[in-house]
Design a protein around this ligand. Sequence first.
Ligand code: COA
Length: 260
Amino acid sequence: MSEFLQVDRRDDGVVWVTLNRPEARNALSMALNLELYDLGAELEGDSDLRLVVITGAGDKAFSAGADLKERKGVSASETGPYVNAIGNAINQWSKIRALTVALMNGSAFGGGLELALACDLRILVEGAELGLTEVRLGIMPGAGGTVRLPRLIGEARAKEMILLGRRISAQRAYEIGLVNAVVPRERLAAEMESLLAELAGCAPLSVRAAKTSVERALEVGVEEGLTIEGQCYETTLYSDDRNEGLAAFAEGRKPQYSGR
Ligand code: COA
């Protein structure tokens, strides 16, 4: 039973997760992080899943990051579990094998942006701002921000954001490849539905294998990356969905993928 996460499992293999602390701009409290970790662990290997969408309640923020009010009452020597909880939750989120999308209904800072960085795709609402603002708070990103952001947008742009704690506009975030799309609020749901329709034409096993390949290959040299790609490819080769894909193409119809 989740108190701070609203979880909606749909029959079509889609799970909608909502960070549900709008009064605190969906800040990541200890309790919320523990729920996020448990849910991530539950979803990680679920082979029936096609898509996990994470969004925030309200229209102000996707997430304002670590719960700074909760942290204020914690001494330096007691911070460890708090920092670990947010880092573990976000890292666990990155381990989900199905496609993950951050549907960013508002601004995201600190851990809120780090959570979005742990997703495969980010769709951001117009007018929102993003930032890893930790250096302005006397700390630094500690839930993957310094690791994932440079990989996504390059060292120079990442340093500009991280070392200056700069807040950037949605438009700028799109221009530097930090988010995949920026859409008006009234089009957020439609954007997600259209992505879902697109995903319906993709074989689930192929999506997972390709995701694994991209992620693992990013961490190694080209030769090793090609070996990893070959291994991931192999997992699709003897699947029912490969036969279905080829048959549907030959018959000029839409494929019906089973995920097997
Ligand atoms: N932790 C705990 N509470 C937070 C919070 C956080 N990270 N961010 C916002 N809140 C709380 C505010 O204290 C306020 O509480 P109150 O109503 O009891 O006073 C409430 O959420 C609303 O915040 P407010 O700033 O009035 O909302 P807003 O819509 O005008 O602005 C933000 C939203 C996210 C732009 C702004 O709150 C903000 O910049 N937050 C800090 C983000 C940040 O730097 N995070 C880094 C974490 S490492």
